[in-house]
Design a protein around this ligand. Structure first.
Ligand code: NAP
Length: 471
């Protein structure tokens, strides 16, 4: 438990003389934070219900009763569950004027009407409550795995107290982020409880689309073959159908990354201003575009893997061998079809290029990469190369279909091939985008995005009347 192997901060960041900080609670978090603070030059005094029980306490720290410990420092970190805060009321006098750092989290969102920090401030109105450290885990403090979450959100009503806490955060090698007053505490307390908030919509959507297209292909390719042709091709479920579904879902999701931008452009053009909020659904959709793109990339990647194994599939080898034997037995050689050669090679080539750009988009969306490119470079990759990816992948799917959609055999039970559905949203996005880049539309849109506003009609008329009367 106490295997602390954390990196030490720079010596210049260490407190000049040993500043004493008090921590209430000798549980996992109190011990880990205390140990880390001692490594960084602080002197730690624990306030505990059992001051004599010092078994797991970091070496060098002192353990006293709550009252005695509180006397030793102006800053007291409350590393205790909110449930037990009421005992602090007994210490009201001792804690008056002191900075109380609330590090607590809850088990679920909206567990209590007010935030834990506000509750603490209500219990002890004469103390200065600051919320901090709740997004840092005891495990990260112990293992030194703080790189993933260097930011420590801090909020409180007293700016001097906040500054003191932020100094401690800095001296631990972390980055404080002042979020404002204690009103923000509820939001900060919700951070560790959120379960992939931006991923929910993309994941549910992709699962829904996968299930939908899987059953569609199952009926069209397997059930139809079984019922009408009396052929058992149920093994299609293993590779053939997933390899149809994955590119369909990938292409639809990729198009859905760009569709909200199109809606936003149309809304801004029709409103003549960018200073009006988008509807909530559009806002939320815009915020999860990166996640939509990354889920799309996963499906595209699966499609590539399924495609690479095609030559080693028993069914494919059997079909190929039968075809060759059939030609040999009939002493016939099918003539080479140059058009088919072109379609097949272009389809594969577009797929390779589309996937390459898709990967590039995924890589540039990683924070470590996006932090190293400027806004223009990021926009170039995510917008221009993004649209190019959509064009290439749509063309790849169109060529895959080739002239197949013209044949009546492609419509068992009147059901069109599934890839046709995957083309609907990308084609809509590309056609509207094509019109949006026309200078007569692009110019006003760019002006609106730079802050220009179309004046309302009556305002314009009264302005014209005014200028007319002045002439
Ligand atoms: P813990 O291991 O259960 O320790 C809590 C400590 O609170 C106990 O060791 C005990 O210390 C004290 N305590 C328990 N019952 C008490 C009572 N009735 N009256 C007074 N003191 C009592 O919990 P923890 O994991 O350290 O978490 C402590 C706080 O940090 C919580 O609010 C938690 O939400 C927050 N936090 C934890 C983590 C984490 O990774 N664990 C991360 C961020 C925030 P004594 O026996 O010394 O009195």
């Amino acid at each position: 438990m106490e295997n602390f192997t954390t990196a030490m901060p720079l010596t210049s960041d260490l407190p000049n003389k040993k500043q004493t900080v008090c921590i209430f609670g000798t549980g996992d978090f109190g011990r880990s934070l205390g140990h880390k603070m001692m490594q960084c030059g602080y002197s730690i005094v624990y306030g505990s219900r059992n001051p004599q029980n010092t078994k797991l306490i970091p070496q060098g720290a002192t353990v006293l009763s709550h009252e005695e410990a509180a006397e030793t420092s102006d800053i007291i970190i409350i590393a205790i569950q909110r449930l037990y805060y009421d005992f602090l009321e007994r210490l009201k006098e001792t804690l008056t004027g002191k900075v109380l750092v609330d590090v607590s989290n809850n088990l679920k969102i909206n567990q209590y009407p007010e935030s834990n920090a506000e509750y603490l401030a209500k219990l002890l109105p004469e103390s200065k409550v600051v919320k901090a450290f709740n997004t840092v885990s005891a495990w990260a403090l112990q293992s030194g795995a703080l790189d993933a979450s260097r930011q420590v959100f801090v909020c409180g009503n007293d700016s001097k107290s906040k500054e003191k806490v932020m100094d401690i955060v800095r001296s631990l090698g972390l980055t404080p982020l002042d979020k404002g007053s204690l009103l923000v505490a509820k939001e900060i307390e919700d951070y560790p409880l959120q379960l992939f908030p931006m991923w929910k919509f993309p994941i549910y959507l992709s699962l829904g689309l996968t299930a939908l297209f899987f059953f569609y292909c199952l009926i069209r390719d397997v059930v139809y073959g079984y019922v009408v042709r009396k052929k058992d091709v149920s093994f299609f479920i293993a590779i053939t159908i997933p390899n149809r579904v994955c590119p369909i879902v990938a292409l639809i999701l990729l198009a859905l990354v760009y569709l909200p931008g199109i809606f936003a452009a149309i809304l801004q053009l029709s409103r003549g201003t960018k200073y009006r909020r988008f509807p909530d659904w559009l806002d939320k959709w815009m915020l999860c575009r990166k996640q939509l793109g990354l889920v799309a990339l996963v499906f595209a990647f699966l499609h590539v893997l399924y495609t690479l194994v095609i030559p080693i599939r028993y069914y494919v080898r059997w079909k190929y061998n039968s075809y060759v034997l059939d030609q040999a037995l009939k002493n016939r050689t099918d003539p080479f079809n140059t058009v088919n050669g072109w379609i097949s090679d272009s389809y594969v080539s577009l797929g390779i290029l589309g996937f390459f750009l898709f990967l590039l988009l995924g890589i540039t969306s990683l924070p470590s990469v996006s932090n190293n490119v400027n806004w223009r470079e990021f926009r170039f990759v995510q917008s221009y190369l993004g649209y190019l990816t959509l064009v290439l992948c749509t063309a790849h799917t169109l060529l895959y279909g080739g002239r197949r959609f013209l044949s009546s055999k492609s419509y068992p039970w009147g059901l069109p091939p599934a890839y046709i559905f995957s083309l609907i949203i990308p084609c809509i996005v590309l056609v509207i985008k094509f019109f949006l880049v026309f200078p007569c539309i692009d110019r006003p849109l760019t002006a609106i995005r730079q802050g220009w506003e179309r004046k309302p009609k009556d305002l314009r008329e009264s302005h014209n009347n005014l200028s007319g009367s002045s002439v």
